[in-house]
Every structure is written in C-alpha cells, then in structure tokens.
Design a protein around this ligand. Structure first.
Ligand SMILES: [Mn+2]
Length: 380
C-alpha cells in the first residue's frame, strides 16, 4: 500500500495581508503530479485543509479543482480529516455522497469507526480518521469521562484497535490532528487549548502501522518514525524560513512495515529575513536573483528614514514586514525616560526634515521644535 501523507494546507491563508492562493495552487499542482507519478493508492490530508472555518470562495474553488483532479482525473482516493482551523460541518458537506466517488471526508466522531478500506496485492488496509476533537465533544459523544487531549486520544485509539481486531486485523493507518508531547512548534499554528492541556503522548499510536499526523507545521516524528507529521505544504510564518516543506511518501509492505520518503515541494516564492542597513539591503537587492521571495527586513539603521517600505519594494517587491531593532537600541541609553523620549522625537524629526528638504534644520527651527514638543508633553 503506497500513499501520500500531507497536512496543513491552510487554503485561504494570508501572510502579512498578502494572499497565498497562487503559492498554494503552485505546490498543489506538484502534489497532484507526485501522487500520479508515484501511482499511490491514496492521498491523505491530516487536517487544516482550510485556514478558517469560513474560507474565502477562491480557496473553496481551489480545493474543489485539486480534489477533482485527484479523485476523478487520476482516480486516486483522497482521505481527509478536519483540523482545528476547519469547520468539520462545512468541510463535511456531502461526505456520505462523495465517498462513492473516492473522496472520504471523516468529519464526525461517528465516522471514526467506519474506516476506509483499500486493497492492494498484499490485502486490505484500514484507514481510520480521527477528526480534530475537543475533549468536551468526545466526552459527550462517547459518554465517557475524558479530560484533556491525551486521555481523549488514548480512548479513541483503544476503540480503533479493538474495532480493527474484530473486523479482521487489517494493516492500520490512522489520521489525527493533534499536538504530541515534545513536538516542535512554530508561529503559524494556533494552540489547541490555552494552558497546556493540549498535548498528548505519541505512544497512544504505537499499535498502528502508520499514523499520519497534522497540526505541527514542521516535518517531524515522535516516539517512532511511523508516528509522523508531514508538516504544512508552505512556510506560513517567518519562523519557518529554514524549513524544507515536503509531502511524505509511505510504502507499506505486507506486514505493515513502512518505507518512508520525504519529497520536497518547491515554493513559488521562498521566504527569508534580510538584515543590515537600508543602503546595504538596497544594494544587495539589485543583483539578487531571488528578489521575488517573501522577505522581512530587520534594519540596523539608527536614524529615522522616510518611506522605507516604498524604497525596499523597488528592489524586493514582495517585502512583507519591517522591523527596526536599530531604532530601539539607539534610544535605550541611560537617560531619564522623558528626556529620552524628547530626544528621540527631536532626532526623528531632524532626520525627517533632512530627508524632505535635503538640508539640516537651522538652530531657530531646532529651538521652535523643542518648544513645540515640550508644549505637547505638558498638554498631555
Ligand atoms: Mn495547522
């Protein structure tokens, strides 16, 4: 049984107010090609298909076209669970009808014990999906006292195990959207719960032949190679600039042993942080072959500069974020805070004046500015 494990598509996500739909369409094309070239038996999406419970219309159209190409054109079954960013009800629309055409959306607790059974030359494999479950929802549905994500997943895993034993002990793949203990997080994941009861033990999944996880956006495994996060399909925050995004190709033999391969995805725009003075960065940008990357800039300049973003955009059109650590460190001397504030305002205005007029302020203008700032502070 050969399948492609993906997760965290986050369709419709924006990065510092820039739409990423084109970037998402670009890597999804690659996923369709990989699935087709590798002749996989299934494609898995382990949650966070959309970025929001009510996704933008264009994100819905994109998902629709990708699923059409996979399920109908290539005849590859797709198995999906909702993540904490999805609305399970909205994502699950038509799920029972769609399963007849190879699109399996496991959208509710009821569906957990109705695995998708796929067959290859070695026999059957059961794919069990656990939609993202709030412990309170699980408690009510199963009518069992369950507190926290760990207890919930332990309980559900136990139910899956005994269900599979009863049905024929097939090779078992489980899809789950959760935060496993010790997992490495990054800035683009939304915490599952406030206060730390969100993590669960990886050992809950040790009985299964493969566990396809979603939620953490970096590729990693916990406890055993077969209990694994594929990671998101794109970098969704600058904290991920050193990630290599990929999909995970799993080739499972007759005994359920898995050969695992990460296949890198090539982004339409890469993402990186540039540090230095404005002059240095502008000079670098002129010969930068990857000037269309999404960049954030950390400027070392300690003086005020007019229209930095406009200037940066001339060489880096996709600059998204600007930080000015230089300004902070320049003003963090030993002066009393009020003096410092006044001095900071004075020097910022002097810099501004110089840039607009191309000359320094006269001493009379300087005095007038000082008086004005004093008066404003007094009025406050
Ligand atoms: Mn996610």
């Amino acid at each position: 049984m050969k399948f492609l494990h993906t997760s965290d598509w986050h369709l419709g996500r924006q990065l510092h107010n820039a739409s990423l739909l084109e970037d998402q369409a670009y890597v999804l094309d690659q996923i369709v090609d990989i699935a087709s070239q590798q002749a996989v038996d299934a494609v898995l999406i382990a949650g966070d298909v959309y970025d929001r419970t009510v996704p933008p219309a264009r994100a819905v159209s994109l998902l629709d076209s990708v699923l059409d190409r996979l399920c109908r054109e290539k005849a590859i079954p797709v198995i999906v669970i909702p993540g904490n960013h999805d609305s399970a009800e909205r994502l699950g629309f038509g799920a029972r009808q769609l399963s007849a055409s190879g699109l399996f959306i496991i959208d509710s607790p009821e569906a957990i014990l109705s695995p998708v059974i796929l067959e290859d030359g070695y026999g059957k494999t059961a794919f069990y999906g656990i939609p993202y479950l709030e412990p309170a929802v699980a408690r009510e549905y199963f009518d069992v006292e369950l507190s926290g994500h760990d207890e919930t997943l332990a309980y559900v895993a136990k139910r899956i195990k005994s269900h599979n034993q009863k049905k024929g002990s097939y090779r078992t793949v489980v899809l789950s959207h959760c935060f496993l203990n010790g997992g490495e997080a990054c800035e683009s994941e939304r915490p599952l719960s406030v206060g730390g009861a969100d993590q669960a033990s990886a050992k809950n999944f040790k009985a299964f032949d493969y566990t396809a996880l979603g939620h953490l956006h970096g590729t990693q495994y916990r406890y055993h190679e077969k209990i694994r996060y594929s990671g998101s399909i794109l970098k969704y925050s600058f904290s991920e600039e050193r990630h290599t995004k990929s999909v995970t190709l799993v080739d499972m033999d007759a005994q359920g042993e898995c050969a695992i391969e990460e296949i890198a995805l090539k982004p339409l725009h890469d993402m990186r942080t540039l540090e230095g003075s404005l002059a240095e960065i502008l000079a670098m940008g002129k010969t930068d072959h990857n000037a269309l990357d999404y960049v954030q800039v950390r400027l070392s300049d300690t003086h005020a500069i007019l229209d930095i973003m406009g200037k940066l955009r001339e060489v880096y059109p996709n600059v998204l974020h600007l930080e000015r650590p230089g300004l902070l460190s320049a003003s963090s001397g030993q002066m009393a805070s009020r003096e410092r504030l006044k001095k900071g305002e004075m020097s910022m205005f002097r810099d501004f004046y110089e840039q607009v007029r191309g000359e320094s302020m006269s001493s009379a203008q300087d005095r007038l500015l000082e008086e004005t700032i004093e008066n404003l502070h007094r009025a406050e």
